[in-house]
Write a protein of this length. Structure first.
Length: 538
């Protein structure tokens, strides 16, 4: 080999081994906090980025599919629903509920909302006597990442079966048109390792999707075990202990809400430290999904759907944005640091601050839409002050956002999250005007709220208005809200300047911008602090 060729080969190898992903278009600093993380820490960092999506209400998924799942067919006019279970379905997009028919005639019995990760696998904590209820497994129940539109016949045949592979045609119990998807007979799964690890393989069936979408579904499953590991704030259903009647809801720690899925695809065995949410898949399922993701790489269809989901519920699937990310979290590259592909601005240290909450601060003007933000644009509104990040969001199934000249409103499920950087928040004082929110109280994901003052010690806290059901349980209308006009934040370690401002008034001492006292007779040109005010020496 010529020296030039050898050098070129070496440079190409160096480029391949050191180059990471390009930053996904339009994501900005969304993934910045995961930069440099590896393995378990990378999964946790990604969880903190994508957790608590502002999912639409389950009934609104019919309309959301117009945005997330449109497709065209050659020779046909108009747009149709993208179906990953059927090759022949041609259901047009709609502005009304599609039929959820059943039967044996594929392609004409209607479309259904398919939980690709079956809803019965989640572990609701307070279901009614009749069994599990979708309200006990939110927001997973309507997370559009995994609730996909499918033909009713195909969906009914999938039922609650795990995904798997069927090698022997004799084991096929049902197949969709043109053998696009298929279901096995009892014990018909041929995925390596399944029979040895399944709870009762003699009685289990599996459902095998088409090769074209196996990678899509694998990345959906990776997203689900990342987004819904224990430890996120959620709305818990409150029920009467005797009748199990729903009384209302409360913002609560979701540490037991999910993360221990009940299916042979998952390994839910407890360790000495408890159930480990880091890699919950059973070995056979994990190996299969990793293989599926490699054999069916990310498509433009997935990229477009991921961008639509960012609009619809304010979060993204990082396994679509960063193909192969699963290897960096669980696989052969888990000791390699993740590079999100963007710039790394220096993260400030949070300080005490006071903020007026109104449309000017938020940078919004919703007067043209009756002061309500579009329900189908659900990305959160984020701003910063003194190193504190404020995130105003629809929240789970929330239907409106509002801010005017005087206040920000927390309607049902709306959330306001405060995040400190290189510091911790210890107190938050709210100014609440007192209009139109009788029977509502301010609630927090951690810490305590008394007389509109929150106390605690945390880097992040989420606030909401107490919610008492859109069915007017307890006689409280769903349209009540809390209007917040001002917020004052205290952190654990304020800067020297803030401390001096708090300690003395009429203070004639002079400090530089990092809080060091200076000799007034030996000042260079620059900015200084005197009596809590900035002064300029020229």
């Amino acid at each position: 080999m010529h020296m030039k060729t050898k050098l070129l080969s070496a440079l190409c190898l160096l480029f391949i081994t050191t180059t990471m992903w390009a930053q996904p278009a339009g994501t900005g600093t969304y993934y910045q906090k995961a930069n440099g993380k590896k393995g378990r820490e990378l999964k946790t960092a990604m969880f903190n980025i994508i957790k608590n999506p502002s999912v639409v209400h389950y009934d609104s998924l019919w309309y959301a599919y117009n945005i997330s799942d449109p497709r065209t067919f050659e020779g046909l006019e108009g747009e149709y629903i993208w179906d990953m279970y059927s090759k022949i379905s041609r259901y047009p997009l709609y502005t009304y509920k599609h039929g959820s028919g059943s039967g044996t005639e594929e392609g004409v019995k209607g479309i259904q909302r398919e939980h690709s990760m079956v809803k019965s696998w989640f572990n609701p904590t307070s279901g009614p006597k009749s069994g599990k209820n979708y309200e006990d497994v939110r927001p997973m129940y309507s997370d559009i990442v995994h609730v996909i539109p499918t033909d009713a016949v195909c969906n009914n045949n999938r039922s609650d079966n795990a995904y798997g592979e069927i090698a022997d045609p004799a084991q096929v119990d049902w197949a969709s048109a043109e053998d696009f998807c298929k279901k096995s007979k009892q014990g018909g799964c041929s995925t390596p390792g399944w029979s040895e690890q399944a709870t009762n393989p003699a009685k289990k069936r599996v459902f095998e999707p088409n090769n074209e979408y196996k990678g899509d579904l694998a990345r959906i499953y990776f997203y689900m075990v990342m987004c819904y590991e224990p430890g996120f704030a959620t709305w818990d259903v409150l029920r009467d202990p005797e009748s199990k009647t729903k009384l209302g809801e409360i913002l609560a720690d979701g540490s037991k809400h999910c993360g221990t899925w009940t299916c042979d695809m998952f390994n839910t065995a407890d360790t000495e430290e408890g159930t480990d949410a880091y890699q919950p898949f059973a070995p056979w399922a994990f190996d299969m999904l990793i293989r599926w993701a490699k054999e069916d790489p990310v498509s433009q269809k997935e990229i477009d759907r991921n961008n639509a989901i960012w609009q619809l519920q304010g979060n993204r699937n990082p396994f679509v944005d960063y193909p192969g990310l699963e290897d960096y979290i669980w696989g052969e590259k888990k000791d390699v640091a993740f590079d999100y592909g963007g710039e790394l601005p220096e993260e400030p240290t949070s300080d005490n601050c006071e903020v007026a909450l109104n449309k000017t601060t938020l940078g919004v003007d919703w007067s043209a839409t009756d002061n309500l933000r579009s329900y189908w644009t659900r990305t959160p509104i984020i701003f910063e002050k003194n190193g504190i990040t404020f995130t105003y969001s629809y929240g789970m199934e929330g239907s409106k956002l509002y801010a005017d000249d005087n206040e920000l409103r927390l309607y049902n499920y709306n959330t306001l999250t405060l995040t400190a950087h290189n510091n911790e928040i210890t107190e938050v004082e709210f100014t609440i005007p007192g209009r139109n929110h009788d029977n509502k109280t301010l609630v927090a994901s951690v810490g305590e709220v008394n007389n509109n003052i929150w106390t605690g010690n945390t880097q992040e806290v989420t606030f909401a208005s107490s919610y008492v059901s859109s069915t007017k349980a307890g006689g409280v209308s769903k349209n009540y809200y809390m209007g917040i006009s001002n917020i004052k934040v205290t952190v654990a370690n304020p800067t020297g300047i803030e401390q001096l401002k708090a300690e003395r008034s009429n203070d004639e001492r002079i400090f530089n911008i990092v809080g060091i006292q200076m000799d007034e007779n030996q000042l260079n040109a620059g900015f200084y602090i005197k009596n809590g005010r900035k002064v300029i020496i020229r």
